[in-house]
Structures are given as C-alpha cells and as structure tokens.
Design a protein around this ligand. Structure first.
Ligand code: G
Ligand code: G
Ligand code: MN
Ligand code: NA
Length: 253
C-alpha cells in the first residue's frame, strides 16, 4: 500500500525514466527504432522494473498518468534526437487499461503537434490480451490512434488469447513474436517451427514481424532465413539509459 503512495509521487518527483533497446532491421542492417522501457528510480529501493509497478499502477488507477508521462517523454526525446540528426523511431508500450480510455488519441495528437514530430516515427505496442479485453471498444480507440499517423504493433504475440479473425480487422502494422518462442529456437525444433509459421502468417496478413529475445547469432541467422523483418534482444543490445543509448545510436548510424 505504501508503494502505491510512493508511485503516486513518482511522476511529480521526476523518479521515472525510460531505457531504450534497439531493434535491428535485418534487410538494411540498420537500427530504425528503439523500444522505450519504463523504469522507476525509487529513492529507497533503487531501480524498480516495470513488472513490479505497472500492475500496481493499473489497479490503483495511476496507469493513465504514467502512460501520459511516457508518451510525452518519448515524443520529446524523439524530436530531440531528430534535431540532433539521429534518424530513429521509438516504440512504446501501452497497457490494457490505456485502451479503455477514450482521450488517449487526443493526448497523443497534442504532444505530436507540440513537438512537430513526424507521427510515422512512433510505434505503439499493445498486447493481444489488451486488445481482446474489450475488442469492439479497443478497435475504435486503435482506429483513432492509427488516424494520428502512428504505427501500431501487437506485442507478446503467441502468449495471449486472440482470434485471427479479429486480428485481421485491427489497423496494425507489425507483430512482435514473444521472446518465450525466440530465446530457445536455435535449440528447440518446436519453437523454430512456431516462429517460422508465425512469420509466414504475419507476412500473409501484410504485417511486418519483429522477433524479441534474440540472444545468439544462431537465432539471428535462423530469423534471417525465415525472412523476419527486425530483431531485438541482448545479442544486439540490452536496454540502455538515455545517455548510453544516444552514444550507442550515434556510433551505429
Ligand atoms: O523492460 P522489461 O523487460 O523489464 O519490461 C517488462 C515488461 O514491462 C514488458 O512486458 C514491457 O512491455 C512492460 N513495460 C515496459 N515499459 C512499459 C511502459 O512504459 N508501459 C507499460 N504499460 N508497460 C511497459
Ligand atoms: O513485453 P515487452 O516486449 O514489451 O518487453 C520486453 C522485455 O524483454 C523487456 O523487459 C526487456 O528487458 C526484455 N528483453 C529484451 N531482450 C531480451 C533478451 O534478449 N532476452 C531476454 N531474456 N529478455 C529480453
Ligand atoms: Mn514491448
Ligand atoms: Na513482448
């Protein structure tokens, strides 16, 4: 309970920060995007990972203020990178509850206009489960987000519950295969088959594919052979704090 009170003060106290993990495009060998991953620098407990406070934020109704902070910070950072000559897009994660709130598209549009950012640089990642929770209402919010000009991705694909017929009607551009299938696919034939079929399915539906949890060269080679579009994982880089990410991206470009 006291952690919830601490979390309430995290935004005004400036205790939130974003770490950035590169996504490598396999055809061009270029890093076109980074994923923004939220961390909470708690004054006593140190760096708290999102798995430990996002559920808390969802249950206490604080999630919208966290998401608004992330959205603002990602757009501000992306514009700053663009101004300094770094041609990079940013993906951010939305929570299931964010899709239940109708004003998210307005907040997004307001930040985009304020920083004059090309909306095509942003990717909003949403889990299958989040979308399916209230499929019809989600579809409306997703259509309004999409109308802002951003890209939409389905995150953690394969772990949730979703119907392909519904997925087909979503205005999404990209599918991210969950790391649980990718991490061991260079050792496990079943995982490799799942990943290969998912890539084919996504391509047949006109979607780009990102594999997350790429930890070995062998896995990256398999993914290249399966025509996966982009890879993300410790092999390329761990998530980095902003100063390190800026340096890393400068050297990679
Ligand atoms: O960075 P890490 O691997 O610890 O992230 C763990 C989980 O937290 C991932 O599922 C990720 O999608 C989620 N997550 C990270 N940052 C955010 C965020 O800004 N908002 C939401 N809703 N989830 C996030
Ligand atoms: O669920 P989502 O994809 O948003 O979260 C990504 C999470 O996966 C982050 O917590 C990130 O730290 C983690 N991650 C990223 N790359 C790797 C990897 O190569 N291996 C493992 N085990 N985790 C990873
Ligand atoms: Mn994600
Ligand atoms: Na994921």
């Amino acid at each position: 309970l006291s952690l919830v009170n601490d979390l309430r003060r995290a935004v005004p106290n400036g205790e939130l920060e974003l770490h950035y993990q590169p996504k490598l495009q396999l055809s061009s060998r270029r890093v076109a995007h980074v994923e923004a991953l939220l961390r909470w620098r708690h004054p006593q407990h140190g760096l708290v990972p999102p798995d430990e406070f996002i559920p808390l934020a969802e249950h206490s109704g604080l999630i919208r203020s966290l998401t608004d902070w992330v959205l603002h910070e990602v757009i501000r950072q992306c514009a700053e990178w663009a101004d300094s000559g770094l041609d990079i897009g940013i993906a951010l994660n939305l929570s299931a509850m964010d899709l239940g709130s109708g004003d998210l598209p307005d907040v997004l549009a307001r930040h985009l206009a304020r920083y004059r950012l090309d909306p095509g640089r942003l990717v909003l990642e949403i889990t299958e489960t989040a979308v399916m929770r209230d499929a019809f209402y989600s579809l409306e919010v997703l259509n309004r987000l999409k109308a802002c000009g951003v890209m939409l991705a389905i995150d953690d694909f394969g772990t949730g519950y979703s119907s392909l017929s519904h997925l087909k009607r979503l205005p999404v551009d990209e599918l991210k295969i969950d790391k649980s299938f990718v991490i061991g696919m260079d050792q496990d034939e079943d995982d490799a088959v799942i990943v290969r079929s998912t890539i084919e399915l996504a391509h047949n539906m006109g979607l780009k594919v990102v594999a997350e949890g790429v930890e070995t060269e062998a896995t990256m080679e398999l993914l290249h052979r399966y025509r996966c579009d982009s890879v993300q994982g410790y092999l390329i880089s761990r998530p980095m704090a902003v100063a390190e990410a800026t340096r890393w991206l400068g050297e990679a470009s």
